[in-house]
Design a protein around this ligand. Structure first.
Ligand code: SDX
Length: 435
């Protein structure tokens, strides 16, 4: 971190306070307010942290104005063209792309840790039919701490890399098992001879009476989707992971919290909500009606898959996914009428002043569901796919957080509630309890 010689001077009630300016490796600037309360008695107020950097990080860089996304300094456009998802997972967690030996060892570690403890497999029998797979996943991940207790930070006797590999691998098995249970089919175990993405597709779609033909094109597209979702700096679910982890909660409970945060429709749940929205628009046939609803402040309807807290231009992930949608459907001769609906919605929104003025563009979720449908993934599994892909990012941030001088996350607040003057008579009329 380039510690700039610059300071800013704040005048507070006649007192001049010098606060250091911090400049990131990509030129981002911040005012370090670590001494503010001690020197002035003031705190800063920034609901939802829209203007607040919560930490230093070396994992992912986003430039929201230019539509740039890089993992450990490498543009995602290069990663989707030249790497596989497990190499990107290694890059995020370990800081560098693996060499051939490291890749082989990591792949072997993922393979050895892809099996679920047989006692855990029976957990699936007790979830009610129709339970959302995200709820199942966050429960099962949390339960891992009971089966692998050595991941509590104090007794971190188990190697972090082993715990990380287990999570990245076993979550894929859990997701496929949850799907199989939801359709009443027997689970399909992971195979040692299949790659990460091929194994997942096989566990999802193979069956004793209907052998699944693994198509290289499907494996390629899944690798791209997982790479594009693998990390996104301090988003809501990653902030949840860093916050929960800062209390020295074990890794599995921490990741379980990230999965819960991701399931929200404003976050990872949006990919499922986009398809539901496109189906509604398709049935109604009137795109303009829904665009107008999205613009109406009195209407809770929002254009799902549009807008982003950080990107104020086209989400670079959405651009890649949109192109892959077109190419994949053309190559596989698969047609999806919702793709045309999505294009019409995008066209209408991008030419509407409401969206233009607010810099609202398609985000990562807008076209993703079209590809998941083309792969045969059911809609209630879309956010699970996001969670599988985001696992390495969460683990990388947890590892970075515990590796630093992290203190427990505990923000301040500005109290605007009642004061004793408002409540003085409330207690006066009560008799003391005789005990
Ligand atoms: C993800 O943070 C990340 O990095 C997340 C993520 C990741 O990889 O981890 O990128 C993944 O979560 C992507 C976002 C998926 N969510 C959706 O697609 C849901 C739809 N989008 C919106 O709800 C919204 O855009 C958010 C939640 C994504 C961002 O909201 P902000 O930053 O809090 O902005 P805001 O709600 O204050 O909106 C600013 C203005 C408002 O209008 P005005 O008050 O100025 O009149 O833009 C409007 C909003 O009403 N607006 C929208 C809109 N999004 C914002 N209007 C219609 N449709 C939308 N989608």
């Amino acid at each position: 971190m380039n510690e700039s010689p610059n300071f800013v001077t704040l005048e507070v009630e006649g007192k001049s306070v010098r606060l250091p300016v911090v400049i990131g490796s990509e030129g981002e600037k911040a005012i370090d307010i670590g001494s503010l309360r001690r020197e002035t008695g003031y705190v800063t107020l920034d609901p939802s942290f829209m203007n607040t950097a919560a930490c230093y990080s070396q994992i992912t860089f986003i430039d929201g104005e230019k539509g740039i996304l890089r993992y450990r300094g490498i543009p995602i456009e290069d990663l989707v063209r030249k790497t596989m998802f497990i190499e990107v997972a290694y890059l995020l967690v370990h800081g560098e792309l693996p060499n051939e030996e490291q890749r082989r060892n990591f792949s072997a570690m993922l393979n050895v840790n892809s099996m679920l403890h047989e006692d855990m497999r029976h957990f699936f029998d007790h979830f009610p039919q129709g339970a959302h797979p995200m709820h199942i996943l966050s429960t099962m991940i949390n339960a891992l701490a009971a089966f692998y207790p050595n991941v509590d930070l104090k007794s971190m006797s188990e190697d972090i890399d082993l715990s990380s590999a287990r999570l990245i691998s076993i979550v894929r098995t859990m997701a496929a098992f949850a799907y199989k249970k939801s359709i009443g089919e027997p689970v399909v175990y992971p195979r040692h001879d299949l790659s990460y993405c091929a194994n997942f597709l096989n566990m999802m779609f193979d069956s004793p009476v209907r052998p699944y033909q693994i198509h290289p094109e499907a494996v390629r597209i899944l690798n791209i989707l997982f790479i594009l979702h693998a990390d996104h700096e301090q988003n809501c679910s990653t902030t949840a992971v860093r916050t929960i982890g800062s209390a020295q909660v074990n890794l599995y409970a921490t990741i379980s919290a990230g999965i819960s945060a991701l399931s929200g429709p404003l976050h990872g749940g949006a990919n499922q909500a986009v398809i539901e929205m496109l189906k509604m628009i398709q049935a109604d046939g009137n795109v303009k009606k829904f665009i107008d609803m999205a613009k109406d402040r009195n209407n809770p309807f929002r254009l799902m898959g549009f807008g982003h807290r950080v990107y104020k231009t086209y989400d670079p992930r959405a651009a890649i996914i949109k192109k892959e949608c077109h190419d994949y459907l053309e190559r596989t001769h698969y047609t999806d009428p919702l793709l045309e609906v999505a294009r019409e919605v995008e066209e209408a929104a991008l030419h509407d002043s409401y969206f233009i003025e607010r810099n609202l563009y398609p985000n990562v979720d807008f076209y993703t569901g079209i590809l998941y449908r083309a792969l045969g993934i059911p809609e209630n599994m879309f956010t699970v796919m996001f969670a599988l892909a985001r696992l390495p990012g969460w683990v990388a941030h947890w590892k970075e957080m515990i590796g630093g001088e992290t203190k427990i996350v505990r923000p301040r607040q500005i109290y605007i509630g009642k004061t004793p003057a408002d409540t003085v008579d409330v207690m006066e009329n009560r008799e003391p309890l005789l005990h």
